[in-house]
Design a binder for this molecule. Structure first.
Ligand SMILES: NC(=O)c1ccc[n+]([C@@H]2O[C@H](COP(=O)([O-])OP(=O)(O)OC[C@H]3O[C@@H](n4cnc5c(N)ncnc54)[C@H](OP(=O)(O)O)[C@@H]3O)[C@@H](O)[C@H]2O)c1
Length: 312
């Protein structure tokens, strides 16, 4: 990508999209087109095609999605499937019609089969079995986008990279205790308990293990993948941590020692997920932040913005 290329980012006010916009601006890109839901409802086919025709982007970073955590995915299967299939289908087709040179689309580690066909998970294992039942509708919608990109490459020569992302966290996440992802939901719980002088109730037993990545590192990784990779590419830090380890780091960052309880009746999700990161590593990517460092920045950001009502 050249610095004056027209670069469209969908979901540009979300966790990943906003970090990507910041990162690309800092890297000198001057023609960023940042789509929020208010710019264009991407479930609307005609509106999406018209918006892409109007903007005629050279490159597209597709980070818009209906995103939930585990409980949100469990309770909103129909909505998650419908919105994500519509959004992804419209964005890929609109990119084709607008003559986009390449699209980098956000996938998710949820696309991998459960139980895992082998560990670490390699990109060629995605279609080897069914996804975990807790997030299958979201995963199938994301798999459909991967199948669509493959078909569009074969039929129309579309250039693409599909980022199979680990768990991300950072500023401008959805800090939602019921439907959010694990880190933002924990940060809000810890913040609320700190404000009220109460205790924190954490879902699950903390045994599930995940690869976590701070979103500022993710933005660098996605740009590197756009510039250097094709096909599906796993994205992670290679640091696989138990939820219990994350809870312990947030306890340290928030100074809430001795004020945590566990609710083992709530779902844990898939027990262990680790990725083969060799494709991404070949781009030269290495995380610059430790997980603790990323959690510190996120906690500070949330504390500042929760007070002014700016956090989501
Ligand atoms: N966060 C993670 O841990 C994680 C892990 C793996 C993969 N991913 C993937 O990474 C991508 C970005 O996730 P994220 O965490 O940045 O999510 P996010 O913070 O929820 O951002 C998604 C953005 O998409 C927008 N959006 C939703 N529906 C839309 C619609 N109908 N039309 C236009 N825009 C719409 C949202 O706008 P509103 O805010 O206005 O609704 C939001 O700004 C997604 O594809 C997700 O599946 C994320």
């Amino acid at each position: 990508m050249k610095v004056d290329d027209r670069i469209l980012i969908t979901g540009a006010r979300g966790l990943v999209g906003s970090a990507l916009a910041d990162h690309l601006r800092q890297a000198g890109h001057v023609n960023l087109i940042e789509f929020g839901r208010d710019t264009c409802d991407l479930t609307d086919t005609a509106a999406t095609i018209a918006a892409f025709e109007r903007e005629r982007p050279d490159y597209v970073f597709h980070a818009a999605a209906r995103v939930y955590g585990i409980m949100g995915n469990l309770k909103n299967k129909a909505l998650s499937f419908f919105d994500n299939v519509m959004i992804n289908t419209n964005v890929v087709e609109a990119s084709r019609r607008a003559g986009v040179k390449k699209i980098a689309a956000m996938g998710t580690g949820a696309v991998y089969p459960y139980p895992s066909p082998g560990l670490p998970l390699r990109e060629d294992m995605i279609f080897l079995g069914k996804p975990h039942p807790a997030e299958d509708s979201y995963a199938h919608a994301k798999r459909a986008m991967l199948a669509m990109l493959q078909a569009y490459e074969e039929s129309c020569g579309m250039q693409w990279v599909y980022i199979v992302s680990c768990n991300l966290f950072g500023p401008r996440d959805k800090f939602d205790t019921e439907f959010g992802h694990v880190v933002p939901s924990l940060i809000k719980k810890f913040h609320d308990a700190k404000q009220s002088g109460g205790r924190v109730l954490v879902w699950g037993d903390g045994s599930a293990q995940r690869d976590f990545l701070y979103v500022k590192d993710a933005a660098r990784a996605v740009q590197l993948a756009m510039n250097n990779c094709t096909g599906a590419v796993n994205m992670g830090s290679s640091e696989v941590l138990r939820i219990r380890d994350i809870v312990s780091m947030i306890t340290q960052v928030s100074e809430m020692q001795g004020r945590v309880d566990w609710d083992a009746s709530k779902p844990n999700g898939q027990d262990y997920r680790a990725y083969d990161l060799s494709k991404l590593a070949a781009t030269g990517f290495k995380p610059e932040y430790s997980i603790l460092g990323g959690l510190e920045e996120t906690w500070d950001w949330y504390c500042r913005n929760a007070q002014t009502g700016q956090s989501r």
